[in-house]
Design a protein around this ligand. Structure first.
Ligand code: PSU
Length: 330
């Protein structure tokens, strides 16, 4: 049962015109939640929905490519017959579904916090603005009753984690929160074998769509076999529905290799990753800053190609996520 009922932010009749949303009285318990009309209507009608994160917009890509990506992804999801729900905290309000003006403003926000399980409630309590990572987006999606979520690549076990202990909270979230996450695997700047081990230990199913090998974000092939493989969205939806019926807790990671036409081969990426990791080490970059720093360094080193591939893979993930959501709702 979702924590947040679909009509949590409304106390009056539905549907409401979007421009009157702010006039609607909200109760104290629900004042911190804002479910857009489009998302609210979809939830009530049992229509397929796809959650989208916001860290990728504020910390993962430079402006204006980030806005182009965010808009494009929302349009693609609608094209596939599902409803997009971008999730973010703005001035202490958790938004589930964002209008285009807010999306454009968010894409140019410089000082948004990067929120995970540990600090999602902190941002709400303190009236702050923060973007949700995979972990925080899963939490919010579950509250709203959204079962499918599309991103670029999950966080995982960082290279050198045996010394730094740097393991993304995304891993534990996948183990506990029942949301299906579609990604292009784990970001290649991570230690992918250890990331797969960590997921296996926690009982997280890792299913690659239509490939026997696990992808490496910008590249189609990490060189590692995928723990599970399924051919298409209906098969993945069947697997997820069976898990739900059996009451098996936790999420699922669906890996979707980037299209061959958009990929950057692993050999080429490795040189950029090694150089970026070296710079990060010399500059003492740590904790939450590591992933955004490495992504922007790799963008610079690859003359912007990493961004074009990142946008392509998120679009492809959004399409697959929408198809899974449609199949699950059928
Ligand atoms: N996918 C992308 N770009 C990103 C991310 C995902 O294409 O920037 C974000 C997600 O929000 C993910 C985060 O949760 O990177 C991982 O951060 P960390 O390694 O600090 O946990």
């Amino acid at each position: 049962m979702p924590f947040l009922p679909p009509n949590a932010c409304f106390e009056t009749r539905l549907p409401l015109p979007a421009d009157r949303l702010d006039l609607i009285p909200v109760s104290e318990e629900t004042a911190n939640f804002h479910v857009s009309c489009e998302v609210n209507d979809a939830l009530r009608a049992g229509k397929p929905l796809v959650a989208l994160e916001s860290t990728i917009i504020t910390h993962g890509m430079p402006w204006p490519g980030n806005l182009e990506m965010a808009r494009g992804v929302e349009a693609l999801i609608r094209e596939e017959g599902a409803v997009p729900a971008t999730i973010v905290v703005i001035d202490g309000r958790l938004h589930i579904g964002l209008g285009d003006d807010d999306l454009a403003a968010l894409a140019q926000t410089k000082d948004a916090l990067k929120l995970s399980r540990a600090d999602l409630a902190y941002a709400i309590a303190e009236g702050r603005t923060g973007s949700t990572t995979v972990a925080a987006t899963m939490i919010a999606a579950e509250m709203a009753g959204i079962r499918v979520f599309a991103t670029g690549g999950i966080g995982g076990v960082h290279r050198g984690a045996e010394e730094s202990f740097d393991i993304s909270a995304d891993i534990d979230e996948l183990a506990r929160t029942p949301v299906l996450v579609v990604s292009a695997g784990a970001k290649a700047l991570l230690d992918i074998p250890k990331t797969l081990e960590a997921l296996e230990t926690r009982g997280v199913p890792v299913v690659t769509c239509a490939s026997e090998t696990f992808p490496a974000f910008w590249s189609r092939d990490s060189g590692l076999p995928s723990p599970l493989t399924l051919p298409d969205a209906p098969a993945i939806a069947r697997f997820q529905a069976t898990r739900e019926r059996l009451g098996i807790e936790g999420g699922m990671l669906v890996a979707n290799p980037v299209d061959a036409a958009d990929e950057i081969p692993r050999s080429e990426m490795e040189a950029h990753i090694a150089a970026a990791l070296d710079t990060a080490k010399r500059q003492g970059i740590a904790r939450k800053e590591v992933t955004p720093f490495l992504l922007s360094e790799i963008y610079r080193l690859s003359d912007g190609r990493s961004l074009a591939t990142n946008i392509a893979l998120v679009r492809s993930n959004a399409r697959l996520a929408a198809r899974i959501a449609v199949a699950l709702a059928a």
